[in-house]
Design a protein around this ligand. Structure first.
Ligand code: MG
Length: 449
């Protein structure tokens, strides 16, 4: 059960389900998929990374791929490097926000983005068929390239008014969780004139706290913001694609605010469409409504689905409510660096502290619940929820989301487990609970394993 092969990539427990053998097979798989073409590889800082990366490269080379190895690099840095070169794809050894006992294999398409579901399915089908391409000629030498982080950093810096931000000399606390974002995260802030207090700042892969950037794991960051009097605190996850934010009072403002704040700044300067998934807070709709010429597209859950919607609608910004912001000017991938830069620009344009800016945004309460339900009953549940929603607006691109004037509820099947997830959001917790309860009632008779 602990090996997960899904459209989002592969994750497993190191030494148990995530082994060198599996990594080599995934190299054979991806090498077959890209027909032995050029490929870029990287890893986060987990100590299991080098061995897995070595095995992965072996598999790639057996299919005839020429390999460029970025060493330790962030997911957005790797994506940016893939998108700007002639590689046919990229692979990062990372289990993202999972604990250190885990590792994973994340594929990138030739655009440097998470592959769309149909592409990911093709990759999985090659793995399952074990019908791998074989190239008997001697492998070409692995090319080492340490420049990906720097190239990504310069691109991010070129997109914000560096001097105007630097003039404010913001004090910032950054928690890099000893992950891949340590060096570029810090350099970004320093180049933007910030006085940086850097927590967990060595790329050792020894995670000082549970690595998911959520409130319960970031009490150290909140304390450091308070004790240093910083204007803002930032937390990256181990592969530096997600960012959580703490305001100057030491309050964890929630992962939903990263995309909300980035959208506020983006809409102000470059009006257009934003794409977010169905489970993302309605805050961004309210922000879009305030800015002429701006609107929000809702996609199915999953980074690749957001990216597909962004490309289709030429979105100026996009992301997910888990702290993942995508700025297409950099690359279509979630990126903690551009997220920090946009939020600092927002602060630099205001004479108010972050807490006041946040309090000026609409406030919602979101509740999330999961319930066991066998797969064959889930479709029935979705139909029942839809039938019960005649007074709302239904979006059924991924489960069923119903929007009412006062809030919304979403019911969808998990991709990996026999459960349904229900989320509901409204202005107050009581209202969110009653929307959640309404959905739950529609499917109450179907509950159970
Ligand atoms: Mg991540």
């Amino acid at each position: 059960m602990s090996l997960m092969i899904s459209v989002s990539g592969v994750r497993g427990l190191v030494g148990k389900t995530m082994t060198a053998e599996l990594a080599r097979d995934m190299g054979l798989t991806f090498g077959t998929f890209i027909d032995g073409g050029p490929v870029i590889v990287a890893r986060d800082t987990r100590s299991s990374g080098p061995e897995l990366l070595g095995a992965l490269v072996e598999g790639l080379q057996q299919t005839g791929c020429s390999v460029t190895d970025l060493g330790v690099a962030t997911t957005p840095g790797t994506g940016n490097r893939v998108a700007s070169g002639n590689a046919r794809g990229g692979i990062i050894i990372t289990a993202s926000h999972n604990p250190v006992e885990w590792n994973g294999i994340k594929f990138l398409d030739k655009n440097g983005s998470a592959p769309p579901p149909e592409t990911a399915q093709k990759i999985i089908a090659i793995y399952e068929s074990r019908n791998f391409r074989r190239d008997e000629s001697p492998p070409t030498e692995i090319e080492r390239d340490d420049s990906a982080g720097q190239i990504h950093l310069e691109k991010v810096l070129s997109l914000v008014p560096q001097e105007a931000i630097a003039e404010r000399k913001f004090a910032v606390v950054l928690d890099s969780i000893n992950g891949a974002g340590c060096s570029t995260g810090r350099e970004l802030l320093e180049r933007l004139g910030c006085a940086v207090t850097h927590l967990n700042n060595e790329p050792t892969g020894l995670f000082a706290h549970s690595p998911e950037p959520i409130a319960e794991n970031l009490t150290g960051l909140c304390d450091a913001v308070r004790s240093t009097g910083a204007a803002v605190g930032f937390a990256q996850d181990p592969d530096a694609d997600r960012l959580a934010v703490v305001d100057e009072t030491g309050r964890f403002i929630g992962e939903e605010y990263t995309i909300a704040l980035a959208a506020e700044l983006t809409f102000r300067h470059r009006p257009g469409s934003a794409a977010v998934n169905l489970a993302t807070s309605r805050m961004i709709d309210d922000i879009a409504a305030k800015h002429p010429g701006c609107n929000v597209i809702r996609s199915a859950v999953g980074e690749a689905n957001v990216v597909t919607a962004m490309r289709e609608h030429h979105c100026v910004i996009g992301g997910e409510g888990n702290g993942g912001v995508i700025d297409p000017r950099v690359v279509h991938i979630r990126d903690s660096l551009i997220s920090m830069a946009l939020i600092l620009q927002l602060l630099s344009e205001s004479d108010q502290p972050l807490s006041r800016i946040v309090d000026g945004l609409p406030r919602y309460e979101m509740i999330k619940q999961k319930m066991p339900m066998s797969r064959d009953r889930i479709q029935e549940f979705l139909e029942a929820a839809k039938a019960d929603a005649s007074d709302g607006t239904v979006n059924d691109c991924d489960g069923v989301r119903i929007d009412w004037p006062a809030g919304w509820a979403l019911v969808r099947a998990s991709n990996t487990e026999p459960i349904v997830r229900i989320s509901a959001e409204a202005a107050t917790r009581t209202d969110a609970e009653s929307l959640n309860e309404r959905i739950r009632r529609a499917g109450a008779h179907l509950l159970g394993p």
